[in-house]
Design a protein around this ligand. Structure first.
Ligand SMILES: Cc1cc2nc3c(=O)[nH]c(=O)nc-3n(C[C@H](O)[C@H](O)[C@H](O)COP(=O)(O)OP(=O)(O)OC[C@H]3O[C@@H](n4cnc5c(N)ncnc54)[C@H](O)[C@@H]3O)c2cc1C
Ligand code: FES
Length: 286
C-alpha cells in the first residue's frame, strides 16, 4: 500500500496526487511512468511521473473513466493498493541547443519534469502549453522557472486575449523565425499528432510520449503495441517516447477507441453506484 500524502484539484477533472513511494522515487527519470492500482479490483493504470523527491512521486490524474475517477476520489491519508515502477525508457535528454516542449492537459505535469531536465542539460527551453480553457492551466509558475520562454495557448482564447487557440500556431511561428533543434510533445494524442505533422516538413526531430492501452507495462501482454516506422513496437518497453514522424497515428487512434462502448458502460455503472462519493467531494470543495 502507498499512502496519499497530498491531494488537490488543479482544474475540473484534473487532480494532483502525491504518493509515498521512496523505492521508485529514488530511481525514476523524466519520461518514465508507473502503473497504479487504486484498489484491489482496479485496472492497472499507467501514469507518467510529474515530479518527485526522496520520499514521494507526484502524479497528475485526468478523470476520463472508472480507474482515473477512483484515483481522483482519493483523499489525503488514503492509500493506493499498488504502485509499480519505474517503467518505460527515459526521455532522450542531452544538450541539443534550442528545444520546444509542448504540453497540455495532464501532460503539463510530466512536461514540467521534461523541461526541467532539458534545462539542466544546458538547452534553451521554449515551453508551449495548450489548455482547453483558462481553468485547465496549472503549474505555470513552475514552468516559468525552467523555461527561457513560456507560451500559453487556450482552445477558447478570444482575439482580445492575444493568445493562440492551439500550440501548433506558435510552434510554426517559432520554426519560421529561429532554429529549433528538437521538439517534445506530451499530452493528448490528437495534440501530439498535430505537433508531429507541424514539424515534419521542417525536419525537426520530434519526440512524442505515446499512451497506447496498457495492461502489464512490462512487455508481456502485447496490448500496448503500436506501429512505428512500419514495425510493431511495445509502448511500455520500447517507449513510451517515440519519433513522432514515424508513428502510425490512425492505427494508434483506432486501438485507443476499441473498448469505447465498454468503457462508457462501466463508467455509467460506477457513477450510479458511487453517486454519493461525487456529492461528498463537491461538498468538501464548497
Ligand atoms: C505511458 C502512459 C502514461 C500516461 N500518463 C498519464 C498521466 O500522467 N495522467 C493521466 O491522467 N493519464 C495518463 N495516461 C492515460 C491513462 O492511463 C488512461 O487515461 C487511463 O488508463 C484510463 O483509464 P480509465 O479506466 O480511467 O478510463 P477508461 O474507461 O479505460 O478509458 C477512457 C478513455 O481513456 C483511454 N484509455 C484507456 N486506457 C488507457 C491506457 N491504458 N492508456 C491510454 N489511454 C487509455 C481510452 O481510449 C478512452 O478514451 C497515460 C497512459 C500511458 C500509456
Ligand atoms: S502493456 Fe503489456 S506489453 Fe506493454
Amino acid at each position: 500500500m502507498h499512502e496519499v500524502l497530498e491531494r488537490s484539484t488543479l482544474a475540473p477533472g484534473l487532480s494532483l496526487l502525491k504518493v509515498r513511494a521512496p523505492e521508485v522515487a529514488s530511481k525514476i527519470l523524466p519520461g518514465q511512468f508507473v502503473i497504479v492500482m487504486a484498489d484491489e479490483k482496479s485496472e492497472r493504470l499507467p501514469l507518467s511521473v510529474a515530479d518527485w523527491d526522496d520520499e514521494s512521486l507526484t502524479l497528475i490524474v485526468q478523470d476520463v473513466g472508472v480507474s482515473t475517477r477512483k484515483l481522483s476520489h482519493l483523499s489525503e491519508g488514503d492509500s493506493v493498493q499498488s504502485l509499480v515502477g519505474p517503467l518505460g525508457r527515459p526521455s532522450q535528454i542531452s544538450n541539443f541547443g534550442t528545444v520546444a516542449v509542448v504540453c497540455g492537459c495532464f501532460g503539463i505535469g510530466p512536461g514540467y519534469a521534461l523541461a526541467r531536465a532539458l534545462k539542466q542539460a544546458g538547452n534553451r527551453v521554449i515551453t508551449i502549453v495548450e489548455a482547453r480553457n483558462e481553468n485547465w492551466l496549472f503549474w505555470l509558475d513552475r514552468l516559468e522557472k525552467v523555461s527561457d520562454c513560456l507560451i500559453v495557448t487556450s482552445n477558447q482564447a478570444r482575439s482580445i486575449d492575444g493568445r493562440e487557440k492551439c500550440a501548433t500556431n506558435p510552434l510554426k511561428s517559432l520554426q519560421n523565425s529561429q532554429k529549433i533543434d528538437r521538439v517534445y510533445a506530451i499530452g493528448c494524442t490528437f495534440m501530439m499528432m498535430e505537433i508531429a505533422n507541424a514539424t515534419k516538413a521542417a525536419g525537426i526531430p520530434t519526440r512524442v510520449s505515446l499512451m497506447p492501452l496498457m495492461v502489464d507495462g512490462t512487455g508481456m501482454c502485447g496490448s500496448c503495441r503500436c506501429i512505428v516506422e512500419g514495425r510493431t513496437m511495445l509502448g511500455c518497453v520500447d517507449g513510451p517516447e517515440f519519433d513522432g514522424h514515424k508513428v502510425d497515428w490512425p492505427r494508434l487512434v483506432d486501438r485507443l477507441r476499441c473498448y469505447l462502448n465498454e468503457e462508457t458502460a462501466s463508467l455509467d455503472a460506477w457513477d450510479r453506484e458511487n453517486w454519493h462519493r461525487a456529492a461528498e467531494r463537491k461538498a468538501a470543495l464548497l
